[in-house]
Ligand binder design. Structure first.
Ligand code: BTN
Length: 255
């Protein structure tokens, strides 16, 4: 059954165009206005959409979902901030598993923040947190989900969209509503302090979980399998000889 939307989208700011919905959301927070938790900034067109590692996020106007959610996860310590990323990733994965006509195991999280169908990226997540003292005071969760775009620039390594996977177009508003329901349910689980419940599911949803593959780890090529995530969100790889290596984002390259 579809979960009801509780936190997200009670307050939605719909824009025809903006530079980046994450920037718009950050600007609202900087102005110090009283912004309700779960406020969503959604735009048909981003002029300067941002991705991870300083990359840009390019999305054909009107065909996809590009939005940012403002959250106040004060219940998380800064060292637990990856829990939010887990919850958001699992929300998207569980939605896509209901919406796409493919084997569930093909829909995965490419650690740390990409959502894949098979070997292709369908969705990117950019979470920007503000930490004050021992608390996470606010987060802007930016999501770019490729819905109805069917042609992508050759410069992108491996994009796909829901339309390409399902071979048919989706109603964008319906996708948005349903996706928000799944995101909301995960955020509530997190807020209720039950995030450990999601650990096993998250590990099992990881792209290439348990498959012996080549990785470049801290500059060295090795065969290893992903066996989980540690308490601070680092990827745990286990080599053929059984040695476990904990890697942060910059230390591992998927071959
Ligand atoms: C990535 O995979 O590199 C992350 C992409 C995140 C894109 C979304 S689209 C909505 C929000 N606004 C942005 O400028 N970026 C995020």
């Amino acid at each position: 059954m579809l979960p009801d939307t509780f936190v997200f989208s009670n307050n939605m700011i719909k824009l025809d165009a903006t530079t980046s919905t994450n920037d718009y959301a950050q600007a609202l927070l900087t102005k110090g206005e009283n912004i309700a938790e779960g406020t969503v900034v959604i735009a048909d067109k981003q002029l300067m959409g941002r991705g991870q590692r300083g990359n840009s996020w390019v999305s054909e106007p009107g065909l996809n979902l590009t939005f940012s959610i403002i959250l106040y996860p004060k219940f998380l310590r800064p060292s637990d901030q990856f829990e939010l990323s887990k919850a958001i990733s699992l929300g998207i994965v569980s939605y896509l598993r209901t919406a796409l006509p493919v084997n569930l195991s093909l829909i995965s999280v490419k650690w740390p923040n990409d959502i894949y169908v098979g070997d292709k990226k369908v969705c990117g997540i950019l979470i920007e947190n503000l930490v004050s003292g021992a608390k996470l005071t606010h987060s802007v969760v930016g999501i770019g989900l490729n819905v109805n775009q069917t042609q992508f620039s050759d410069s992108l390594p491996n994009p796909t969209s829901m339309h390409l996977v399902a071979n048919s177009a989706f109603d964008l508003e319906q996708v948005r509503k349903e996706l928000f329901g799944y995101l909301d349910a995960r955020y509530l689980t997190l807020r209720n302090g039950a995030w450990h419940k999601m650990n096993k599911e998250y590990a099992a949803s990881l792209y290439r979980f348990g498959e012996m593959r080549e990785y470049q780890v801290k500059g060295v090529l090795m065969r290893a399998q992903i066996c989980g995530i540690d308490d601070i969100g680092r990827l745990i790889l286990e080599s053929e000889s059984g040695e476990k290596v904990h890697c942060d984002f910059k230390e591992v390259v998927f071959s």
